[in-house]
Ligand binder design. Structure first.
Ligand code: ZN
Length: 143
């Protein structure tokens, strides 16, 4: 069902302030920065090999990331697992009694459909499942 850990989401106050730690200290390559308006976040993807790091900066107080930082501070926010046929996977999870935050996929960053599993169903770890809907910019040859 799960293809791999696609990325780990990390909530930050400011991508501008946090980015140099990842690029200059950890020497990770910045893939791209984009704004996901519907989610009220700006995201930066860093190349971690098989698994990317996704820095999430809130762009409005309505953002779930803003609420998360207000409650817990900056830090690891979610683990994203890539899947095929996200609608089928959501249905399978629900059939197993798992509560979904999203019972329908919504648009995530970089041409993906995403859905979150409610952390009450997963020992308080927020899992995202995501399905790539096309090639990502900056990832030539990646399908
Ligand atoms: Zn994510």
């Amino acid at each position: 069902m799960i293809q791999k850990v696609d990325h780990i989401g990390i909530a930050v106050h400011s991508i501008e302030k946090s980015l140099s730690f990842y690029t200059e200290v950890l020497k990770l390559r910045l893939i791209r920065i984009e704004e996901v308006k519907t989610q009220h976040v700006k995201v930066a993807f860093l190349d971690g090999g098989e698994t990317k790091l996704e820095l999430l900066e809130p762009t409005s107080s309505e953002s779930a990331i803003s609420k998360f930082i207000g409650k817990y501070g900056q830090g690891i926010h979610h683990i994203a697992l890539s899947v095929h046929s996200i609608e089928d996977r959501i249905r399978e999870l629900q059939e197993k009694g798992i509560t979904m935050i999203d019972s329908q996929p919504r648009k995530g960053a970089s041409n993906t459909d995403i859905a979150f599993i409610h952390p009450k169903s997963s020992d308080n770890v927020l899992f995202e499942i995501c399905e790539k809907k096309g090639m990502e910019h900056g990832e030539e040859g990646y399908v």
